[in-house]
Every structure is written in structure tokens, then in C-alpha cells.
Design a protein around this ligand. Structure first.
Ligand SMILES: [Zn+2]
Length: 314
């Protein structure tokens, strides 16, 4: 059996995907029930304000956007301080994510509320802030949809700076979810398999993907999804990189798979189209130079990194 650790690059591929720039020191072993209150009392604390899947951004005179708010500065925006979470600590001090209550249309001119996907796809904030946004967005979304104990139905309470919910009725503790999704590029040396989802933008083709199910290994999920969606059986499967994906709280796990058959049988409930692409064609899709205007997903997406790594492999 080969041992790949000492041949691996010092900076693994996951460090280059979107949302990977999070530099917050989480200090997970130090989280206490009063962590958020303590952080709010610290004048160096910085907040990300979120509301209904949107991040608040301050527009300054020079036209640049700043996602960081002070605690006092946040007050006009109906911030629910009791429902905020402590993301951790930066060099400048504590970092919190807070649910805010003023809708986009009622904000002052100098504050924009922009959906997470646009913030990230349009590169409106730096990599460090985008990583913090992914962490905060996932946590706040989990709290918003897990207010009640799933065992007895009583309303549960946030604990440990937002990293736990406790049920005062039955004592059960609930922890934030991360849902694993396998995303895989099936490829030979000459060609790779890309599909087109029904909701994709014009001309976009991407790697196939699907949720990993209970009781399944990553590799088994990669093989099952590729067979179900494209009718392609896989031999070898190798892991490449992962990406936090806060829609609402997934972890994308990127793999390569080796096809054992050629004849695609696409699941047309899931996909509009699925076919093999030659390396030269995919290269043009990556650089947006394809004669038929076909494209791969943009740089921040892990699918882009899988496709790029394969195109560059020879
Ligand atoms: Zn309970």
C-alpha cells in the first residue's frame, strides 16, 4: 500500500478554494456560555451582521465595501445580540456573527445587504472575511432552523458561544451540523465527464455532485452518485480537496474517479445533459474562450479546482 503523506504538497489543494481563507483562531476548547457577552464587552470586537442570507456591508466614500462593524455601531440595525455566535479571535480581537433585523430596503444608503453567494462570487470582501462569513452564515442558519429540541420539542438554548444548543426540558445537547457533499470529476487521461444541472446558468457544465448518505464512505458515495446520475461505473477514487459551502451548512468533498465504461446514461430528472469533454475543449471552457460559449464554474468553486487540476495534469 502506498503512503502518500510525504509526497503531498506543503499547501494542500483545499487551501486555494473559495472560503478557505478563514484565519480565525477558533479556540474551541475555551468556549463558555458567556463567551458572546464577554466578547461584546471588548472594545476591539468586530461583528459580521447577517439577515436572511445576506451580509451587511458598509459603503465608504471611496466606493469600497467593509463587512466589519463595532458593537455600538451595530445597534441601529436591530441586532439580536442574544442570538449571536462567537466565531473566534483574530489579531485585532474577538469576531462575532450576529443576526440583524433591518431588511435590505430599509437600510441607509451607506449600508448594503448582499446575499452571500453574490458577496463571494463577485469578490466583494477579502478571503479572510469571506472565510469568516462562511463560518458565521452556517452557524446562524443552523441556529435559525434548530430552535426546538429534536428529541422532546421544547425550545432549546444557545450555549458555548453558539457551538451547542441545550434542551432545558430533557437535557439533550445538540451540536451544529455540517452536511457532507461528494463532488467528483470522472476522468481518463484524455477526457472528463461533465454534466449540466437544470438550474445552471447559460452554457455551464460542472462536476457531478450529491449528498453523502448515512453509512457511506466518501468513495462509495462518489461511485454511487456517478452511477446514478451518469450510468458510469468507477474504479479508483481519490480525494483531492474540500470546501466549506455555507448554503446552508455543507462541506464539499472533491474527488477524482476512474471510469470503467464509456456509455453515459444520464439521469434526466437530475441533469439536462451529461457528456465527455476532451482536455482541449475543457481548457477553453476554463478560460472562457470556448467557441460554443460553454463554461466551467468560476474560480471560487471547488468544481473549478478539480477541473483545473485535471487539465493541468499533463
Ligand atoms: Zn429536549
Amino acid at each position: 500500500m502506498s503512503f502518500r503523506l510525504f509526497d503531498a504538497p506543503l499547501r494542500e489543494p483545499s487551501q486555494f478554494v473559495g472560503f478557505a481563507g478563514n484565519t480565525i483562531d477558533r479556540q474551541s476548547e475555551n468556549r463558555a456560555d458567556d463567551s458572546v457577552d464577554k466578547a461584546l464587552a471588548d472594545p476591539t470586537t468586530r461583528l459580521l451582521l447577517m439577515n436572511g442570507g445576506r451580509l451587511y456591508l458598509k459603503l465608504d466614500d471611496g466606493g469600497s465595501l467593509d463587512p466589519w462593524f463595532g458593537a455600538a455601531e451595530s445597534e441601529p440595525f436591530k441586532v439580536s445580540f442574544a442570538h449571536g455566535v462567537l466565531l473566534g479571535f483574530s489579531d485585532q480581537g474577538p469576531v462575532l456573527a450576529m443576526p440583524a433585523g433591518v431588511d435590505a430596503e430599509h437600510l441607509p444608503e451607506t449600508i448594503k445587504a448582499i446575499d452571500y453567494r453574490s458577496v463571494y462570487m463577485q469578490g466583494l470582501i477579502d478571503e479572510v472575511a469571506a472565510g469568516a462569513m462562511a463560518q458565521g452564515a452556517a452557524l446562524l442558519a443552523w441556529h435559525a432552523s434548530h430552535r426546538f429540541c429534536s428529541k422532546c420539542g421544547a425550545e432549546s438554548q444557545m450555549r458555548a458561544g453558539g457551538y451547542k444548543r441545550h434542551c432545558p426540558n430533557c437535557g439533550t445537547e445538540h451540536f451544529p451540523r455540517t452536511d457532507p457533499v461528494a463532488i467528483m470529476l470522472t476522468a481518463t487521461r484524455e477526457k472528463c465527464l461533465l454534466g449540466r444541472g437544470r438550474h445552471f446558468g447559460p452554457g455551464m457544465y460542472s462536476a457531478l455532485a450529491g449528498f453523502i448518505e448515512p453509512g457511506e464512505t466518501i468513495e462509495a458515495a462518489v461511485r454511487r452518485e456517478t452511477l446514478e446520475e451518469a450510468g458510469i461505473r468507477l474504479g479508483r477514487v481519490v480525494y483531492h480537496a474540500s470546501q466549506p459551502w455555507p448554503f446552508p451548512y455543507s462541506l464539499m468533498i472533491g474527488c477524482f474517479g476512474e471510469p470503467l465504461n464509456d456509455d453515459i446514461q444520464a439521469d434526466l430528472n437530475e441533469l439536462e445533459d451529461c457528456r465527455w469533454f476532451a482536455r482541449d475543449e475543457v481548457r477553453l471552457m476554463l478560460t472562457r474562450e470556448h467557441p460554443g460559449n460553454l463554461v466551467t464554474p468560476p474560480k471560487g468553486a471547488i468544481a473549478h479546482h478539480l477541473i483545473r487540476a485535471w487539465v493541468d495534469s499533463e
